[in-house]
Design a protein around this ligand. Structure first.
Ligand code: GTP
Length: 304
């Protein structure tokens, strides 16, 4: 006869109220037991989550594996590490993971559980909540805060963040990295002649045209106004120069509703040098752009 602590729910005379309350939870409450040999099982598991997450309390009372096997591969090691930490330091488990449900869909689950040492091992009392809707909303907001509303490109914030990551990779692995600054030529005149709305359309279609020539890992961002930046991981300067020339010609060849050649860009290029900070790399690309403007616009200048 197991102690009352780890007695399966079906053998417990729970008050009706507890069962009704648990049934209103968008998740479940549980006990998780880990014996000294590491075997995990859920002696107690109730709540509406057992139904919509398709968890069978009877089977899981003897063995947690049918549930653990449905945890997303990317989250499994983190969850197991959280359990191990909790065993070792007697600290609560507080993490989230994806559980695969019928049809291969994933649900995000937040778990909080307090451990207690008992004679037969460790026993957690805890709760799991389905937080899929909150996670989707957070992702939507994150995407919004990284995106330029007019063009749908990454914004300056996103570019700076990726630049830091790519510079760190380039420094660590000595891999090439190039940065381009692109600025529309005489854009004020386009706005003045054709109107601000037409100007907006130029910016949006230019973004679309450029994007079509890029690789997935390249990051094109709108820095503001008529200025764009293009981050090119694993790209040495010579390749960036060829791409810049292709972009320049492609942009000048489009019509934009104003006739060919009305919209041109000047492009400055800098290749990352080991030890360059983000600001230095941006400054070097900006200097090249300045020279491209100074030398007459509609051209590419690559810094050495
Ligand atoms: N339509 C539109 N215009 C913008 C936007 N942001 C900035 N601008 C305009 O872009 C123009 C930039 O003008 P300038 O900085 O003088 O540069 P430019 O006329 O392109 O000249 P150069 O860069 O020297 O070739 C200004 O008229 C701004 O009002 C935008 O979101 N939409």
């Amino acid at each position: 006869m197991p102690s009352m602590d780890v007695m399966p729910c079906r053998e417990r005379p729970e008050p009706q109220l507890v069962l009704e309350l648990a049934d209103q939870l968008p998740g479940l409450i549980f006990q998780l037991h880990r014996s000294e040999d590491g075997h995990l099982h859920f002696p107690y598991l109730i709540g509406s989550g057992t139904r919509f997450l398709d968890l069978d309390p009877e089977a899981l009372a003897g063995d947690a594996r049918p549930a653990l096997e449905r945890i997303h591969d990317e989250d499994y090691p983190r969850l197991m590490a959280a359990i191990e930490r909790s065993v070792r330091w007697c600290t609560p488990i507080a993490t989230k993971f994806r559980l695969i449900i019928q049809g291969g869909q994933c649900r995000w689950i937040a778990v909080r559980a307090q451990p207690k040492r008992i004679e037969s091992g460790v026993l957690w009392h805890g709760m799991m909540l389905d937080i899929s809707e909150q996670v989707a909303e957070e992702e939507r907001l994150r995407a919004l805060s990284d995106t330029d509303a007019l063009t749908g490109l990454a914004n300056r914030r996103k570019l700076l963040q990726r630049l830091d990551e790519e510079i760190s990779l380039s420094n660590r692995h000595a891999t090439p990295l190039s940065l381009m600054m692109l600025d529309l030529d005489h854009f004020k005149a386009i706005n003045d002649t054709w109107g601000h709305l037409q100007g907006d359309e130029v910016l949006a279609s230019l973004a679309e045209h450029c994007q079509a020539l890029l690789r997935e890992e390249d990051l094109l961002a709108r820095l503001g106004g008529e200025e764009f930046a293009l981050l090119l991981p694993l790209t040495p300067r010579a390749h960036a120069e060829r791409l810049a020339e292709r972009l320049r010609q492609h942009i000048a060849a489009q019509d934009y509703g104003m006739g060919d050649g009305c919209v041109t860009v000047s492009i400055g290029i800098a290749e990352h040098r080991v030890g360059d900070t983000r600001d230095i790399l941006m400054k070097r690309a900006d200097d090249s752009l300045y020279q491209a403007k100074h030398q007459g616009r509609n051209r590419v200048v690559s810094g050495h």
